[in-house]
Ligand binder design. Sequence first.
Ligand code: GLC
Ligand code: CA
Length: 556
Amino acid sequence: MQRSWWREAVVYQIYPRSFADSNGDGIGDLRGIVARLDYLQRLGVDVLWLCPIYRSPNDDNGYDISDYRTIMPEFGSMEDFTQLLGETHRRGMRLIMDLVVNHTSDEHPWFVESRASRRNPRRDYYIWADPRDGGPPNNWRSWFRGPAWELDPTTGQYYLHLFSKKQPDLNWANPELRRAVYAMMRWWLDLGIDGFRMDVINFIAKVPGVPDSAAAPAVLGERYAHVPGIEHYADTAHVHGYLQEMHREVLAHYDVMTVGECHFLNPERAARYVDPARHELCLLFQFDQIFAAGDRSALRRALEDWYAEFRRHGAWTTTTLGNHDFPRLVSVFGAEGEAREASAQLFATLLLTAPGTPFLYQGDELGMTNVRWERASDYDDIQALGEYRESIARGVPEAQALAQLQQHSRDNARTPMQWSAEAHAGFTTGQPWLRVNDNFRELNAAAQEREPGSVLQYYRRLIALRKQEPCLVYGDFVPLSPDPGPYVYARVLERTRIVVVLNWTQEPTSLPVADWFEPRTAELLLSNQGAPPVEADGAGVLRLAPWQACVYRTRV
Ligand code: GLC
Ligand code: CA
């Protein structure tokens, strides 16, 4: 495998609104991030991914952009941005930006012009269609609920919005629009950024004619049943042509990292985006991992099947167990309460020793948890609130709809970063834009700095280990244990073999490992609960505590 910085990188995702507030207005900002760069450097991460920081009316917290070349005033100025970029580089880290070009805000000047008249030169930058039987042009549904179309009275046509009605979809079939996007990308890259995370990038090429969705819910699967139409815009024939053009026009001229947010894929189809011979993207997120949630077998398949398929293409994988769109890693995969720390550490071990480039989400390095608020009005997430309102309208009892909201809300991951036990968790001196999780007095970065066994310090050790051991980056991935049961796998590079043992349950267990390695002669590099005893009968049986994770090094 060819070596490159983005294959070796550990990426840390920042949700700027909730990271650190420097001026007391309750909203995280760029200066707040600058003030925390030393923390990130000590953590050991190499690349920072910033969720959108562009000018936006914030209908979807910055994923609705009204000006791609201006910083959202709440977050700071262009000067603040260049300072952040310079200070990041000075510390040996890199910075990638969110690229949101499936849609803009309805307040973007392109859309303001586009909706002005049918003959406006920018009309075709967006996707317009005539009413059908006095209603929307087809039966597609929005990700945030309701129809994916909005009638614009000025011209009597509907525009497509896969997300909120304030997020009209761009028309990638228009070459002038594509040129404008590429120019904007070059502009940011010329400022010195190191790449892009590309928002719903495999949705950009809609099937011409926007046909009705005829797919049965079973075809869409549980994950996509609420968004009929997806089969006509996700992963269509044209998307690869656009990505190859983008590569030719922009990406090929810079040393950058790109990572695509792509949905509705199996490993075979996914590999096509990141097969180096095709010159499209460096990486994409493998959402089967996050969706596996508590299902360990599904998680194994998400790691192993994708790895095997990608490897055949010389493509590089990623590992992601949380981001700003999903509930908290530890609440989903591990356990809250007493086992919170050990289970957070166990999944940290997986995240940083599995093959591919790992993506950490802010606060997961502390083991931050979900919230459970009592009133729907405490929630902010447009997606979860859409689901909640739809449920209420369908007659679902309030208590049940609220439980759903608590469980699904993206706010779980968006509560302010818990820096200290001070007021508002040290996130702001003002009133935070979103409630802080009540557990901040016990669960915060300052406390974990003082405690050697904390989740934070364990993450630091793991990241440092990954840096020292090329085997953890470039080594082959060899699953060893049968499914179900504790997960044991090896990474193998030349004469080094690293064996990872994960007891990913609440139960202690005795695990015979002799077929895979000899624990008495192997070197224990790291464990979240000390060295596990080896039973003395010579059969190499490890006694593992609940949620115990161990990393051993052996020679081949
Ligand atoms: C992506 C983003 C999500 C956003 C949506 C629309 O899924 O990660 O936060 O709401 O796209 O831009
Ligand atoms: Ca602020």
